[in-house]
Ligand binder design. Structure first.
Ligand code: HEM
Length: 552
């Protein structure tokens, strides 16, 4: 309609101009602009303005609008961008290309071959660049996530010193167990109030935030044990959701200004982050390290736990296997050693990785091309182009994972002991070989890690996630304790969870769950129970919560 009216207006204007002898300066300007516009449309008939004509890409190009390229499709599509991407790959295959004004040309790829090429083979040519740097600097500062080359190497070296086996050992039996224990007390409280449902997503976010604050910078958020809203967590959630919008939409600075109160809200949220750590840390550099690690360490693990618990509740067969393994291997013990977590619970480890395959917590990513180059299939990319991939779509690619790609199936990560002897595969864990297991041995074989480019939920070397082992341990310790002590049931009548658009992959809605204490088994180790009870009582200082432990 609007286009029709515009066309009529332009036609009338031109008709008047044709018959005229004398024109006003304004009419000259209008005529020239119109001529330029027509020329620009002729030059960029189906792609974004200032992008290079690429007749060689005809086969893989998605037609766009003149000058705007594919921006309009991207902005008007109301579906979740991840679902849009996944469908586009299913329709177009493993590589296609679009254009967006100001951002330029995007190549979207969905096969391990490309991932290996951009993340490893030609690593130095595919950088974060301006995709992340410029868009997210007010939130992420100059931290590891947005840095490249020398600055990144410096961050990487400094940060990797933190992750040691010694630290992992302490975490498993200390902080991770403690926070899981805090969560148990919340479940107990909810149960004592008449089987109240709880939102697992909120609780897991609080759990990982508490653990992380304590571990990294000695901050006591105590968000699990604090009722009501959680200012720091809320500020964080708001910013991660906002970050995502900016990467998709090059016009974000304008949109932010047009949305009432948005700029103020973003600034306020950033101020909360600045304030929180400012009181403990002295300078801006540390603030950046903190914010970057908080994003890395809090949301990813918490949301993986959320999807994992959903998947278990939705698949009773798999839940039963997990419980069987825990029973056989842990025999009621609440001592979770590093070795046991990494090596003796292959089924639970498989469940965690299967969750990350289908619900990767960095669901999309993009790199900027430094110098002209050729992708493995022969496609030429030019300096400044962007290459994007979606771990979410890759997990659902049948050509990569088989016909059952969309099915939650931990068994795909398991191999028999004999197969291992034959193939001599190494497991993912970097744990030192443990002493022969004294407890029962899992009946589910061995966990076998997938190739990093096929399973890229933790990115890939040399920029592999530094917190991979940390996250695996935290999720496994938490899962062990919760599943040993509680039965979990989804509150009936909830829709199947769907992802919320964000830089990570939260659930759109709360995951309402009823947790009920299990009846005690005979072989429980009372030694560990006493230990954790004492810890909780002193730490929480809330006698009503602690008493629910003592009664166990
Ligand atoms: C399930 C949980 C996690 C997942 C799925 C995950 C995934 C990822 C991914 C995909 C990247 C690459 C991001 C990019 O460069 O574009 C990354 C980087 C990183 N992750 Fe994680 N992460 C998790 C947990 C953690 C935890 C708990 C920590 C810290 C304790 C952490 C620390 C880091 C750091 C420091 C980087 C930057 C590495 C670099 O750029 O060299 N991650 N992670």
């Amino acid at each position: 309609m609007a286009i029709l009216l515009l066309a009529i207006g332009v036609k009338r204007f031109l008709e008047r101009q044709m018959t005229k002898k004398h024109r006003s300066p304004l009419e000259y300007v209008a005529l020239t602009s119109l001529a330029l516009l027509v020329a620009a449309i002729a030059k960029y008939p189906n792609r974004a303005i200032f992008t290079r004509a690429r007749p060689d890409l005809k086969e893989i190009s998605v037609d766009g609008y003149p000058l705007f390229g594919n921006l309009i499709q991207a902005l008007t599509n109301k579906e979740n961008p991840l679902i849009v991407l996944n469908k586009a790959f299913q329709k177009r295959g493993d590589i296609y290309t679009i254009t967006v004004p100001y951002r330029g040309r995007f190549f979207l790829v969905n096969h391990p071959m490309y991932i290996e090429y951009i993340l490893k083979t030609n690593f130095n040519n595919y950088i974060k660049g301006t995709v992340f740097g410029d868009q997210l600097r007010d939130i992420l500062g100059n931290g590891i996530f947005v840095s490249d080359q020398d600055a990144w190497r410096f961050h990487r070296k400094t940060a990797s010193n933190i992750f040691t086996t010694k630290m992992y050992r302490q975490l498993c039996e200390g902080a991770f167990t403690d926070s899981a224990q805090d969560l148990c007390s919340i479940f107990d409280k909810a149960e004592s109030l008449g089987n109240q449902p709880v939102d697992l997503q909120q609780l897991f976010l609080r759990l990982t935030m508490d653990a992380f604050g304590k571990l990294t910078f000695g901050i006591e958020f105590n968000s699990l044990m604090t009722e009501g809203r959680n200012e720091f967590g809320d500020a964080f959630d708001y910013l991660t959701a906002n970050m995502d919008g900016r990467v998709v939409n090059p016009l974000w600075p304008i949109f932010d200004r047009l949305t009432p109160g948005k700029i103020r809200k973003v600034k306020k949220a950033i101020a909360v982050l600045d304030k929180e750590d400012g009181s403990v840390l002295s300078d801006l550099e540390l603030r950046d390290v903190f914010v970057n690690f908080m994003i890395a360490g809090r949301d990813t693990t918490a949301l993986t736990l959320t999807w994992q618990f959903y998947s278990l509740m939705a698949n009773p067969r798999i839940l039963k296997n997990v419980l069987k393994e825990l029973d056989i291997v842990l025999q009621g013990s609440n001592i979770y050693t590093y070795e046991t977590m990494m090596q003796e619970l292959p089924y639970l480890k498989a469940v965690f990785h299967e969750t990350l395959r289908l619900y990767p917590q960095v669901p999309r990513n993009a790199k900027e091309v430094v110098e002209d180059d050729v992708l493995p299939n022969g496609t030429v990319v030019y300096k400044g182009d962007l290459v994007g991939f979606s771990t979410y779509a890759m997990g659902r690619n049948r050509a990569v994972w088989g016909e059952d790609a969309e099915v939650f199936c931990p068994e795909r990560w398991l191999v028999d002991e004999e197969d291992i002897a034959k193939q001599d595969v190494t497991t993912s864990s970097n744990a030192t070989p443990s002493t022969p297991p004294l407890k029962g041995v899992s009946p589910f074989g061995k966990f076998k890690m997938e190739n990093q480019f096929k399973f890229n939920s933790f990115n890939a070397n040399p920029r592999l996630c530094l917190g991979q082992t940390f996250a695996t341990l935290e999720a496994m310790v938490t899962s062990c304790m919760l599943l040993q002590k509680f039965d979990f049931k989804l509150v009936p009548g909830q829709p199947v969870p769907e992802p919320k658009p964000s830089a990570t992959l939260p659930m759109l809605n709360p995951l309402m769950t009823i947790a009920t204490r299990k009846q005690l088994h005979h072989h429980h180790h009372h030694k560990s129970l006493t230990k954790t009870t004492t810890t909780t009582t002193t730490r929480s200082g809330d006698s009503s919560l602690s008493s629910s432990y003592i009664s166990v």
